[in-house]
Design a protein around this ligand. Structure first.
Ligand SMILES: [Zn+2]
Length: 232
């Protein structure tokens, strides 16, 4: 069980750490083969444009690691769901992830620090970690605190949300916390400034872990996984 911690102390004290951002790394012959699906359950009032922007950020980070992503909105306060097949028609599998964006009262159900931005249990159904949660108000508070410092390079809520989504899904695929960058346990000023400019990417090593775990899951024959409808 892992959480994505962001404490006010870390935020205020860490400012000059170098950011680890990798160049695009694509394994030979793997670019077309590696794909994951994200079923998004949104339980918050998040405009369609913001959700779409968050998805695009996340999509780009995965793409630069050589991984295609498919995004399906299962329940969301927007109109995009009308054009998409219901999640019940999606075949579950070890590379089909559920992502729940939840409000404060739902976040309080989980045994993580009150500053945690997201939650990604290590084991899911049939041994696969498949379900991650993002705690919406905590992400908003992080963005607002950064803006309140007067920092000119301030990422939007959607941009930070996109990176939180990638961070949590990467945990589900076996990537641990790092000292800096996308997989840092608590983002500080530098990470947020970098997000305002461009994507914060996986390091080459992190990208390789994600690719290898996806390959491993894709090679397991005839695996059927029952999908969850939301937070458990
Ligand atoms: Zn984390």
């Amino acid at each position: 069980m892992r959480g994505f911690f962001r404490s006010g102390l870390i935020y205020s004290l860490m400012s000059m750490g170098s950011l680890i951002a990798s160049s695009p790394i694509v394994g030979a012959g793997q670019a077309e083969d590696l794909r994951l699906t994200v079923l998004t359950h949104s339980y918050v009032d998040l405009p369609a444009e913001a959700l779409s922007e968050a998805q695009q950020r996340a999509e780009k980070v995965f793409a630069l690691a050589g991984i295609e992503t498919e995004w399906i909105y299962c329940s969301a306060v927007n109109t995009q769901t009308q054009d998409q097949p219901p999640c019940s028609q999606v075949q579950g599998g070890p590379t089909v992830f559920s992502l729940s964006i939840v409000p404060r009262q739902m976040a309080q159900q989980y045994p993580v620090h009150t500053d945690t931005l997201g939650f990604a249990p290590l084991q899911g159904d049939k041994g696969f970690a498949l379900h991650a949660w993002v705690f919406f108000e905590r992400v908003k508070e992080l963005v607002n605190r950064h803006k309140a410092t007067g920092e000119e390079e301030a990422p939007s809520l959607a941009v930070v949300l996109g990176h939180v989504i990638v961070h949590e899904i990467a945990h589900l695929l076996g990537v641990d916390h790092a000292n800096g960058g996308l997989m840092k346990a608590g983002w500080a000023k530098n990470e947020l400034k970098q997000m305002a400019r461009t994507e914060v990417f996986f390091t080459p090593r992190q990208a390789e872990i994600v690719r290898q775990e996806l390959l491993r899951r894709l090679r397991i024959p005839n695996v059927s996984v029952e999908l969850s409808d939301g937070p458990r």
